[in-house]
Design a protein around this ligand. Structure first.
Ligand code: ADP
Length: 257
């Protein structure tokens, strides 16, 4: 299992008041999933994401990444596990303004000690994957918001992370550009990437395969999202159940037992 959280809690002390940002959350994330963590502002999403990405420690509870218990882990071991496991995407892209698109994508590989020729080739491949092979030499301020987010996604993929953590990745984009980013995530997921999107926007969450809803620091529900085809099939079956004999020709084929 990629991620296992058992009864994790995270509280903050603010003067005399103690804020319980995350309360008794338990969930797992499997390799290959595309999920959303959603909920209103203040529900604990960002705190949960920081714990997920090993940026913060839970105050209590067990948190395992790739089977490794992270409790009491030394800071450098934690940092190593974080770099090997996660690719981060942020609402504000966080690209370095003085580096070209190509150089921004190469940066995590530079930190990881990848040779220059290999770095260059992989960055080129990744930029092609996100549809921006013709923007390699552009600087961030010469690119649209949607393009900058694509560069940030290519950068997040650079060291082949096991999980992409995207915090409000469409928050700064208009709805069409936002949909394009969700489409790109969908393609990457189909090609094998595991992706968790953190969003307050229910419409964004609906584009993933699973929605984990938070409220007041707790996980309120954890549901699979039906694909449009499965939803249409389910509606046909429901119609047939209500009116047997009508519309049976439309029923989806039965799955072999
Ligand atoms: P969301 O991302 O859903 O908006 P957050 O995880 O940011 O929710 O916040 C959950 C709660 O924890 C909020 O009440 C917030 O004010 C509080 N909180 C988050 N981070 C801190 C912090 N560093 N210090 C004190 N309180 C915090």
């Amino acid at each position: 299992m990629l991620i296992e959280a058992e009864n994790i809690c995270r509280s903050y002390q603010n003067g005399d008041t103690r804020i319980e940002a995350v309360k008794n959350c338990s969930f797992t994330i499997r390799e290959g999933e595309f999920l959303a963590i959603t909920g209103p502002s203040g529900s604990g999403k960002s705190t949960l994401m920081s714990i997920l990405g090993l940026l913060e420690r839970p105050t209590s509870g067990a948190f395992r990444v790739s089977g490794q218990n992270t409790e009491g882990m030394a800071a450098d071991t934690r940092a190593g596990l974080r770099n090997r496991t996660f690719g981060f995407v942020f609402q504000s892209y966080n690209l370095l303004p003085r580096l070209t698109a190509q150089e921004n994508v190469e940066l995590p590989m530079t930190y990881a000690g990848v040779r220059a020729a290999k770095r260059r080739e992989r960055a080129r491949d990744l930029l092609q994957k996100v549809g921006l092979e013709n923007r390699r030499a552009h600087f961030p301020n010469q690119l649209s918001g949607g393009e900058q987010q694509r560069i940030a996604i290519a950068r997040a993929l650079a060291n082949s992370p096991r999980l992409i953590l995207a915090d409000e990745p469409t928050g700064a984009l208009d709805s069409e550009k936002g949909l394009q980013i969700l489409g790109l995530f969908h393609e990457l997921n189909q090609a094998g990437s595991t992706i968790a999107v953190i969003t307050h926007d229910e419409d964004v969450a609906c584009h993933t395969g699973r929605i984990l809803r938070m409220k007041d620091g707790r996980i309120k529900s954890d549901e699979l999202v039906l694909s449009p085809q499965s939803r249409a099939d389910a509606q046909k079956v429901a119609r047939f159940v209500r009116h047997p004999g009508h519309g049976s020709a439309d029923l989806p084929p039965r799955r072999p037992q």
